[in-house]
Ligand binder design. Structure first.
Ligand code: NAD
Length: 476
């Protein structure tokens, strides 16, 4: 069914959900149970700042409690409202199911432009918001575990964890009340990069599926592919950086709030990021053409388009002009349901948000497990693993001596093979495995049925099937 008027983000999620459940044979009542958002708490609280009382509005929405705790980031942005938070919470339910993170879906938001406030003011605001949520168990290691999202990061998560611990001094699992904390404050290596890293792993897995690559009218590998990224924040920066440095992709366009940079020969992601940090935007950056109207660069010719900033940026107004044959939704909801229709008809392949940006929640899951087990991953095994490898290396050295000039070990082999995996290697390995397995599930769903017309529908089918299975098993 074609979409006629531009749907909101919330409506887009509903439309995509409906299109998927229409293909499923769910037990009576389950469809409605999965569709609805269980609860949304709105809080208005005051903080005395700059000599006067300021009132802030925040939300924490719980979409599904078929598994607990529920999980989902906290966003700081002026556009935050109940509809947006509920749509994001629903996506979290499906995302967790898809990557087999044992959580229900939740999301939070605060209507605030973080750039308008000093750090110490943001700390006061965040701690007060956290207090309001903690006292209602909307932040709790066994019930509801937030994480960073747009406008928040490690710093805010550290304040939230500290607020919870002050209010629950005897909870030995207190650190598990929030993920995305700094490594020295209960966090885990690799969480900051996780969502961007997940986007890279998702693309690598896509390119391991020749049938899917062909569907996008592409060929080969990520090497040399022309990429345009919107939003050089946490997700966009890491995705672009890894694709450039490790996969040989060419980042030809970067779109930010104050316009876009374009250079067909490629932009240096690290340098652009440094420029943004120093100057507050991309304006004035040398070695590139500057477009004041950033959105126009979404429509430039490229192989892969990575929207990693806002929702609804690819809509019925510009979808027809989007030339990228492959779009990976690093942001949540960047393609509206109306644009989705138009792009599908054009043959564009979309790797959907629910899967593409699930790297964040995957590593959040690892962090939560680490916090509950009170031990760093790899701490018990690393040296033992090294010792076992040492045995093999010694045998190989014996062989090396015996064979003389006929054979010798590759120069770096010994050092590389001997090194046991530390936390970062283990996190990346777990993330890579998760992203591969989830892609395989959705790709095979896509190809197994004629009525599953794209990867998004396939992802919904896999995720809804798992959530429905959980509700049915529990009789909820
Ligand atoms: P962020 O705040 O770190 O970065 C957002 C970037 O987008 C910033 O650089 C900002 O300047 C830029 N931006 C804002 N408005 C823009 C505009 N109009 N045009 C172009 N650029 C603009 O946020 P983030 O954490 O990278 O999140 C980005 C998206 O990824 C969001 O949709 C978020 O929900 C999603 N996401 C984030 C995570 C995570 O772990 N951080 C996990 C899953 C999904």
């Amino acid at each position: 069914m074609a979409v006629i008027k531009e749907p909101s983000f919330r409506e887009s999620v509903d439309i995509m959900f409906n299109q998927a459940v229409a293909l499923m044979d769910l037990p009576p009542g389950i469809e409605e149970k999965i569709r609805v958002c269980n609860s949304t708490y709105t809080v208005r609280f005051g903080v005395r700042l700059r000599g006067q009382m300021h009132t802030f509005t925040g939300y924490r929405s719980v979409h599904s409690e078929h598994m607990e705790p529920v999980k989902g980031g906290i966003r700081y942005a002026l556009a935050v409202d109940q509809d947006e938070v509920e749509a994001l919470a629903a996506l979290m339910t499906f995302k967790c199911a898809l990557v087999e993170a044992p959580f229900g879906g939740s999301k939070g938001g605060l209507c605030i432009d973080p750039r308008q406030w000093e750090e110490h003011e943001l700390e006061q605001i965040t701690r007060r918001f956290a207090f309001e949520l903690v006292k209602r168990d909307l932040i709790n290691p066994s019930q509801n575990v937030p994480a960073p999202d747009m406008g928040t990061g490690e710093r805010e998560m550290a304040w939230i964890a500290d607020t919870y611990r002050r209010m629950n001094t005897t909870d030995i699992n207190g650190n598990a009340c929030v993920t995305g904390k700094p490594a020295h404050a209960g966090g885990i290596q690799g969480r900051v990069e996780a969502t961007g890293r997940g986007v890279q792993y998702a693309l690598r897995e896509f390119f391991r599926h020749p049938e899917d690559v062909k569907a996008a009218n592409l060929s080969g590998t990520l090497d040399g592919k022309r990429v345009i990224v919107q939003g050089l924040g946490n997700v966009g920066y890491h995705a672009a950086k890894f694709l450039q440095e490790e996969d040989g992709s060419r980042i030809i366009g970067i779109i930010e709030r104050d316009g876009a940079l374009y250079n067909p020969d490629g932009l240096n992601v690290e340098k652009v990021r440094e420029w943004i940090v120093k100057h507050g935007g991309v304006s004035g950056y040398p070695d590139a053409t500057h477009h004041a109207e950033g959105g126009a660069v979404l429509e430039e010719e490229c192989d892969i388009l990575i929207p990693a900033a806002l929702e609804g940026v690819i809509n019925m107004g510009n979808a027809e002009r989007i030339k990228a044959p492959l779009i990976i939704e690093a942001a949540n909801g960047p393609v509206t349901a109306g644009a989705d229709d138009i792009l599908r008809k054009k043959g564009t392949v979309i790797i959907p948000d629910m899967y593409a940006n699930a790297g964040g929640v995957t590593v959040s899951y690892f962090e939560w497990v680490k916090n509950l087990s009170h031990i760093r991953f790899g701490r018990m095994q690393r040296r033992q693993e090294e010792a076992r490898h040492e045995l093999i290396v010694k045998e190989l050295e014996r062989l090396d001596d015996f064979l003389g000039d006929k054979w010798s070990m590759t120069p770096d082999f010994k050092a590389q093979y001997l090194r046991g995996a530390g936390e970062l290697e283990l996190v990346r390995s777990g993330l890579d495995d998760t992203m591969r397995t989830a892609y395989q599930a959705i790709s095979s769903m896509w190809h197994s049925r004629d009525d599953v017309r794209d990867l998004r529908t396939a992802a919904y089918l896999v995720a809804i099937g798992r959530v429905a299975g959980s509700y049915t098993a529990k009789g909820l």
